[in-house]
Design a protein around this ligand. Structure first.
Ligand code: GLC
Length: 765
């Protein structure tokens, strides 16, 4: 959290003394030509302009040309023009004078038509009105012209296109099946960023305010959308872009990008609440080897701890975490442990005692340490807003790294609490000032992730692997994310796709869902379709709840096991490509899994495409997500697509019917693609990643000859530490041409990493 205005001597528009906003002025600044910040500044001398999402001070460097005619102020950058009226309504035009975005009057609330008695009557049976009745401090309403589609907003329920939905940003742990009704307007994550895609003109809105906020995207009024905050300042960025990609690049230039992960983190992870002993974990390893299923990580859920006390281990069931992780490491498998924020309030427990002594816990209004109940029972909550507390937490991670634990899974960090919600006025004393829970709630998981990232980095010197359930804009710099407690139901398999795509569009590229479903019992068919649907998911983890049927790959029958193996192996095959996409993402913020609209913006058929996705731009996946279905319609955008299952070339720009029995996931490769792949490997241990195969998928396979030529840049490094930042990496340029014997030419354009591939072979598909 930094004071933002370190570099801001550029012209800006400030409107003060207006009746329209109380005790504050409105400031409009051009952060760049395409990014406009619109925010209120309260008339209080101690106001500190801070952000939890932005790591570095905001540099305001856009050149605004400002003029005034009558009462309208015109402020132009090289790409857009703002017209700011005395009503404080702002119209934004592109450089051709096309109106992109326009403020308007809020719509009337339809509920006003009902009497209080009618509303109470309906509530008696448990129906809740879809209203957001928290006090609103600032609300911005903008016109829907008609052709808008809305994307982003993190992990929210519902379809890909958020038009017609409303959502609340308030990190929430609700174990009921997540559905698109009023109860689930909020989920675990608050990423207050969305993209507005229009047939002409695309832009993003990032509302950087951590208090509870509300987004209504044409839900209460088809002609407008709005966003509002309950407290704090109005602080939003209008992000103009020529394309969705440009908007994401700009958004992540503000909030940051996911750094390169360790290579093994892209492998398969097996989890369960909980593996109850070291013996059980070792049996898993045997099973993975015996059943020939690649695996890179096993996760220990809360039962590895002594009475759910963080940074401890149960001495009977897990006598030595180090011995366990070392034996796993000998098989090329890593151990990841869960860590929850709630610290058991128990005298004599070192973490509690130290936290009390050094004032690391959040406090009630009366100054006493605040208690609630989570897994360990009576618990207290670290105050992650304080850099001292984050450092203390990070130092405690040494306990895990000393035991050779390779990653940390942060859970319950909304923060979840079993004895009612934390009151709004719980105090978190930050480095600069005290803040209340109502301001900190949505960044609690974000700050815990930051503490974890820094602690892991310091104690392991490796690229930290963190998973989080709760997060805020910018958390992508510290952590990957999973979508929390889904259920083993078909609707949740369907939901996985828009959730992962919208997380990616919201700057959170390394994400995953619990494969097979967490709550309730999965079935062989559902598990098979789930591993197929998520076979390119960057976070690739099977996890299930206590009291549910086991859902390890071998838990069912031979057929399910074979399907599972097939798709885990497919995932491993394409890991070099996924790693390249991680590299691209680290430079640009562009997601790994992409909705079709991101690559085919002019194609109206893909605006609402929820059930297909692209991996980068070269692979299209159209999984089956309906029980019993063995055929589905697939939309292929323009160009030639190679059916991965049959090798057939199919012309796109049309729907096809595709037969997909339970062991087949419809996958298509864009004609003309080059894809780096691994041979069949058991896991990502360094000795298994020395060989690379370069596959070329020509658009035309006539006689297996092609005149098509194309190239692909491939990234390689040690997949572990930060040496790549000192240029210890290789960049290969692979190109194909029909007049070479095997078609392939591999050139090294950056040659900083010594352990190059021992073998690169080529295949024309
Ligand atoms: C929460 C998590 C889940 C975990 C469980 C026990 O429900 O979301 O993944 O298994 O807690 O720790």
């Amino acid at each position: 959290m930094k004071d933002k205005h370190v570099k801001s001597d550029m012209p800006s528009v400030t409107i003060s003394n207006t009746e329209l906003i109380k005790d504050a002025s409105l400031k409009v600044e051009a952060v760049t030509d395409n990014i406009i910040r619109i925010h209120t500044i309260p008339n209080t001398p101690d106001y500190n302009d801070t952000s939890f999402a932005l790591e570095d001070p905001l540099e305001v460097k856009g050149k605004f040309n400002i003029s005034q005619y009558n009462s309208t102020i015109t402020a132009s950058t090289n790409t857009i023009t703002l017209k700011i009226k005395t009503t404080l309504e702002i119209d934004i035009y592109d450089k051709d004078g096309y109106l992109l975005c326009s403020d308007c009057e809020p719509a009337n609330d339809e509920l006003d038509e009902y009497t209080k008695a009618e509303i109470e009557q309906v509530k008696q049976e448990g129906h809740m009105p879809d209203t957001f009745d928290d006090n609103i401090k600032y609300k911005v309403t903008k016109r829907i012209f008609g052709d808008e589609a809305f994307y982003g907003l993190g992990d929210k329920t519902g379809f890909l296109n958020k038009r017609g939905y409303e959502y609340i940003m308030w990190n929430s742990d609700n174990p009921e099946p997540h559905v698109e009704n009023a109860t689930f307007r909020a989920l675990y994550k608050s990423i207050p960023f969305f993209i507005v895609h229009r047939s002409k003109g695309t832009y993003g809105i990032f509302l950087d305010n951590t208090y509870k906020s509300h987004f209504d995207l044409g839900f209460s009024d088809a002609g407008s959308y709005s966003f509002s905050v309950t407290d704090g300042e109005l602080n939003y960025y209008f992000i103009y872009g020529e394309s969705i990609k440009e908007v994401i690049k700009s958004y992540t230039s503000l909030t940051g990008r996911s750094p390169l992960p360790q290579l093994w983190t892209l492998g398969y992870h097996q989890s369960r609440w909980s593996y109850m002993s070291a013996k059980e974990v070792l049996e898993l390893v045997d099973n993975f080897e015996n059943y020939d299923i690649p695996c890179d990580a096993i996760h220990l859920d809360i039962d590895y701890m002594d009475k759910f006390k963080v940074f401890t281990n149960d001495k009977e069931r897990f006598p030595s975490l180090k011995e366990l992780s070392d034996s796993l490491n000998n098989h090329g498998i890593k151990l990841v442990t869960i860590i929850d924020p709630g610290v058991k309030a128990e005298d004599g427990y070192n973490i509690y005692d130290e936290g009390i002594k050094y004032n690391h816990f959040a406090r009630s209004k009366d100054g006493t340490v605040y208690h609630n109940v989570v897994w360990p029972g009576d618990a207290v909550f670290p105050n992650f807003t304080s850099s001292n507390t984050r450092e203390w937490w990070g130092n405690n991670i040494k306990y895990l790294t000393d035991n050779n634990i390779s990653g940390i899974w942060n859970d319950m960090n909304e923060p979840a609490s079993f004895k009612g919600a934390l009151p709004d006025d719980v105090v978190f004393a930050g480095d600069d000032k005290e803040r209340l829970h109502k301001e900190i709630h949505n960044v609690y998981g974000h700050l815990m992730a930051k503490a974890t990232y820094e602690g892991l980095k310091k104690n392991s010197q490796k690229r930290p692997f963190v998973i989080t359930r709760a997060c805020y804009s910018g958390s992508q710099k510290y952590t990957t994310a999973w979508t929390g407690d889904n259920q083993s139901i078909w609707t949740h398999l369907k939901l996985a796709i828009p959730q992962l795509l919208n997380l990616g569009l919201s700057g959170m590229p390394f994400a995953g869902v619990d494969i097979g479903g967490f709550g309730s019992n999965t079935t062989p068919e559902l598990l098979s379709r789930w591993i197929e649907a998520c076979c390119f998911s960057p976070l690739f983890r099977n996890h299930s709840a206590k009291l549910t049927h086991r859902q390890e790959p071998w838990a069912f029958d031979e057929t399910t096991l074979n399907i599972y193996r097939k798709y885990v192996k497919l995932h491993y095959k394409f890991i070099p490509y996924l790693y390249d996409l991680c590299y691209e993402e680290s430079l640009t913020g562009l997601p790994i899994l992409r909705p079709l609209i991101m690559e085919y913006e002019d194609d109206k058929n893909v605006i609402n495409c929820n059930d297909e996705y692209l991996v980068g731009s070269s692979i299209l996946v159209a999984p089956i997500t309906d029980q019993g279905a063995t055929v589905r319609s697939v939309y292929l955008p323009k160009g030639v697509w190679v059916d991965y299952n049959s090798g057939k070339r199919i012309n796109g720009n049309r729907y096809i019917l595709y037969k997909a029995p339970v062991d087949v996931c419809p996958i298509f490769i864009k004609g003309g693609s080059i894809l780096p792949v691994y041979p069949d490997i058991p896991n990502l241990a360094p000795e298994n990643t020395r060989k690379l195969i370069v596959e070329f998928y020509p658009s035309d396979d006539t006689d297996n000859k092609t005149n098509e030529s194309c190239y692909y840049m491939h990234y390689q490094d040690n997949g572990t530490d930060f040496k790549y930042q000192a240029e210890e990496y290789n960049l290969y340029k692979f190109s194909f041409s029909s007049n070479r014997p095997n078609g392939l030419k591999a050139e090294l354009t950056q040659n900083g990493y010594k352990n190059k591939y021992t073998n690169i072979s080529a295949v024309i598909k």
